[in-house]
Design a protein around this ligand. Sequence first.
Ligand code: ADP
Ligand code: MG
Length: 399
Amino acid sequence: MSVLNKKTVEDIEVAGKKVLVRCDFNVKMENGVITSDKRVVAALPTIEYLINKGAKVILCSHLGRPKGEFDPEFSMAPVAECLSKYLGKEVKLAADVVGESAQALAASLNDGDVMLLENVRFEKGETKNDEELSKKFAALAEVYVNDAFGSAHRAHSSTAGVAAFLPSACGFLIQKELEVMGKALENPVRPLVAILGGAKVSDKIGVIENLIDKCDTLIVGGGMSYTFFRALGYSVGISLCEEDKIELASSLMAKAKIRGINLMIPIDNKLGKEFDANTESIIVDSDSIPDGWMGLDIGSKTQELFANAIEGAGTIIWNGPMGVSEWENFAGGTIAVATAVANATDKGAVSIIGGGDSAAAVKKLGFEKKMTHISTGGGASLEFLEGKELPGIACINDK
Ligand code: ADP
Ligand code: MG
């Protein structure tokens, strides 16, 4: 299966048809008020396309974590209101998910109308990918479109199960994720430079193992580098280290050598006395970390080394910060890498940022627009980079 071969909304006939669209409207809320409507805005291109084509649009999503029954705290009402405002037309909210209200509203739609189902997780079967529920979703419509990338790693009724009973396609959001990330993994412009950081090796094993077969250069930074140091016999003081992953780090380095991949780990580090934003700090070479200190960022020599490796890239995949980037004193490595990635992109490289904390660091620096693609799905993009098949994408009809 090639993910580059999935049908998109543009490949299917939608005029006059009832189209069920699974969106990611899992917006940030406080006291019943939406505090960030970014996800609603991100879904608009697909919805507007369908309206303009004269489809009868039935939207659905989950919001928060209700417990399989109606709960006003997790009602989609604020989303319906927000959508109405952006679309400039009323988006009616069904009182249920697949019940009488949803069925009646769906039956009453005219071409170009838009409605929203209640929170799909009000149905107990949703997260179990229950077949009966999937059939009920399917019965509401004639076509299924999935545009919820952030939920595509979940096999739920509204994200995957329903596709077994309707012709299906992906929306523009998923299409972009597949085009950019799928191409980077299947057929990248070389050299492909993968940058992996974050706290733990164990979080990223799958990504490292998948990318080590594909990339030309693999840069390792962040908390996981200390496990690699141990594999080289260095002491790491009180740095984050996963004893049970030292052997794995060793074998990854050996694999890289055999494959001729340039695996780079930090040559110097910024250490702190304790895990605190304002702790005193020193910079030392990787083989000289003193007892009682912990590595919290890459050092300045490493910043330069990594930036040089990133400079000549054709494709860059970045997941995970180089240090505790939430703290100013230990954000330098992540800033240096973000700057190098932005510069490389300016020169024509394709850059992909996956991972919540890395994306947050890029946004904080104002580099959001400089990157080719910042994935919208944390867990989903991680699983995609691990080379796993995402149920919400696998279920979509091939072209
Ligand atoms: P992403 O969300 O981009 O995938 P992760 O969640 O894997 O990234 O990792 C981010 C976290 O890793 C941040 O909270 C950061 O503080 C932490 N981190 C990075 N380097 C270190 C380090 N040297 N020691 C401890 N924590 C670290
Ligand atoms: Mg994270």
